[in-house]
Every structure is written in structure tokens, then in C-alpha cells.
Design a protein around this ligand. Structure first.
Ligand SMILES: NC(=O)c1ccc[n+]([C@@H]2O[C@H](COP(=O)([O-])OP(=O)(O)OC[C@H]3O[C@@H](n4cnc5c(N)ncnc54)[C@H](OP(=O)(O)O)[C@@H]3O)[C@@H](O)[C@H]2O)c1
Length: 260
């Protein structure tokens, strides 16, 4: 299937690791140019290095803390300055922590929502203004199945994810007026640094790490970042032109509910 992403311009937030990095490298592979942003310099440099020759003149790694409104404005301005437009935004930078409800302080809720919900909302608002002028664009919000499967030990991330799902649908309604398509995805367990860090929250009690990874989905394995990236690339392409306002689950069947 030809995705025809050649020449497209994408921003991938949290594009220096995991799902974001695989997505950014996938865009390059398909001929698009990409600005990746994250806080850590080393991982950004590593991503640009991994892009190799394909990345020459087509990838920018920019340090930005997306909990800060000014940083969001700077990322969008840099993309427009360097590439002249923005065709695709992938809102992906998130790091909500699990924990015990009674001991997680207000700051944990505020900080994690500031990145995952307000970061996505602010970035979308900033980018939509450019897409509106262009009369076209695609925004993809990476939420997570934690929103569909409420757990006492993952309330911050779960509630932020479901808020992102709602925002995706509402933004689709708004975006359509400006020629902008909006889609959300809900990944289940995907083998990234983040999953390894929080494995005990999402794994069955008492399982070793290896067993836990097998038991997390009915398929007997967790997902790969590249598998999520493939879905994002398809959704960003014209091949997905009629997919709008949907939240699509990619979780190896781990969410047993009827929704998602
Ligand atoms: N992996 C899973 O199993 C899973 C499941 C469901 C949903 N998700 C969602 O998928 C998205 C990507 O997850 P992942 O597993 O790929 O995570 P990851 O491997 O931990 O990567 C997270 C990326 O976000 C960046 N980031 C974190 N805080 C940031 C901040 N304040 N400002 C800018 N960038 C920031 C990180 O770089 P720096 O730390 O250097 O800033 C990194 O590039 C997240 O939204 C996550 O909630 C993941």
C-alpha cells in the first residue's frame, strides 16, 4: 500500500524514544520530514543519528519541555520556520505515573495532566491555527487503554487518557471546519522504556518480568513500537481519509471491554 507521505511535514512530540521515535523514523522512511521534540538531549541526538543519511535535511531534534506553554509555541514556530508548514501532528509525549491514590500528591496529578492532557491540547491549538491557514492537516493523539480499563493504581494516566479520547472527538468536530482530520489511538502494553519502568503496575501479581510480558495480552506478547508507528503512519496518510474522530485501540486484545 502506498501511503504517499513523501514531502509531508510532521511534528512528533516525545519523538526521541519508544513509540515516538519509531514513528519519527517511520515518517522519514516514507519520505516525510519530521521535527521531534523531547527534554533529553542525548536521546534526541541518538534519534537523529539513527535516521542516518535519510535524515539529512529532513529531521530536526529539538529540546523542549512540553509542560511549558512557551516551549510548545517555540516547537511549532521552529517547524514552520524550518519546513514552511505542518501537515501532521503526533501528540505522543506522556509519562503519567502509577501509584497509590491516597499517597500521590496534588503535584503528581497536576504535573502529569499538564503534560498528557494540557500538552496535547495546547499543541493541537497551536498547530490548528497553521493547519487552518493551509486548509488541511492531520492530528493524531496517542492516549492509551488505561483510559478504557480503570484501575485504582493508575488513576492519573487513566483519567488523562480518557480525557484525551474525549478531546480527540471534540477536536474532530472543530477540525472538520478547517479541513483538519483528527484521530486518537489507544495503545495497550508496548515494549518501551516506559512499560519496563512501570511493569509491576500492569503485570499480574507475582509474575517474573518475562512471564509478565507474556501474560499482558491474549496474544502472549506485548506490542512493538514499530507496530504502533505503522498504525500512526497509516492514519496520517490519505489512505485513512475517512477515519475521523475515532479512537482506535492497538493492544493485542488486552482490553476486554466492548468499547475500544
Ligand atoms: N508503552 C506503553 O505500553 C504505552 C501504553 C499506552 C499508552 N502509551 C502512551 O504512548 C506515549 C508514548 O509512550 P512510550 O512508551 O513510547 O514512552 P517513552 O518510551 O517513555 O517515551 C516518552 C517520550 O516522551 C518524552 N517526554 C517525556 N516527558 C516529556 C516532557 N515533559 N516534554 C517533552 N517530552 C517529554 C520522552 O523524552 P524525555 O524524557 O527526554 O523528555 C520520550 O521521548 C505516551 O503518551 C504513553 O502514555 C504507552
Amino acid at each position: 500500500m502506498q501511503l504517499n507521505l513523501n514531502g509531508k511535514i510532521a511534528i512528533v512530540t516525545g519523538g526521541s524514544k519508544g513509540i515516538g521515535q519509531a514513528t519519527a523514523l517511520g515518517f522519514l522512511e516514507e519520505g516525510a520530514s519530521v521535527l521531534v521534540c523531547a527534554r533529553g538531549k542525548e536521546a534526541l541526538e541518538e534519534t537523529v543519528r539513527l535516521a542516518g543519511k535519510k535524515g539529512e535535511g529532513r529531521i530536526i531534534g529539538m529540546q523542549a519541555d512540553l509542560t511549558q506553554g512557551e516551549a510548545i509555541k517555540a516547537v511549532v514556530a521552529r517547524c514552520v520556520e524550518a519546513f514552511g508548514r505542518i501537515d501532521i501532528l503526533v501528540n505522543n509525549a506522556g509519562s503519567a505515573r502509577p501509584g497509590d491514590f491516597l499517597t500521590l500528591p496534588d503535584e503528581a496529578w497536576i504535573d502529569d495532566w499538564t503534560l498528557k492532557f494540557f500538552g496535547y491540547m495546547r499543541m493541537a491549538r497551536e498547530v490548528l491555527a497553521h493547519m487552518h491557514k493551509q486548509g488541511a492537516g492531520v492530528i493524531i493523539n496517542v492516549a492509551g487503554t488505561g483510559g478504557l480499563k480503570p484501575m485504582g493504581s493508575y488513576m492519573i494516566g487513566g483519567s488523562a487518557n480518557i480525557a484525551v479520547n474525549h478531546f480527540t472527538k471534540a477536536l474532530a468536530d472543530e477540525g472538520a471546519k478547517h479541513g483538519v482530520r483528527v484521530v486518537g489511538i489507544n495503545p495497550g502494553p508496548i515494549l518501551t522504556e516506559r512499560l519496563q519502568k512501570f511493569i509491576s503496575t500492569f503485570a499480574p501479581a507475582g509474575a517474573s518480568q518475562e512471564e509478565a510480558l507474556k501474560k499482558m495480552t491474549p496474544l502472549g506478547r506485548v506490542g512493538k513500537s514499530e507496530e504502533v508507528a505503522d498504525l500512526i503512519l497509516f492514519l496520517a496518510s490519505e489512505r485513512a481519509a475517512f477515519i475521523h474522530g475515532a479512537n482506535i485501540t492497538i493492544d493485542g486484545g488486552s482490553n476486554p471491554g466492548l468499547i475500544g
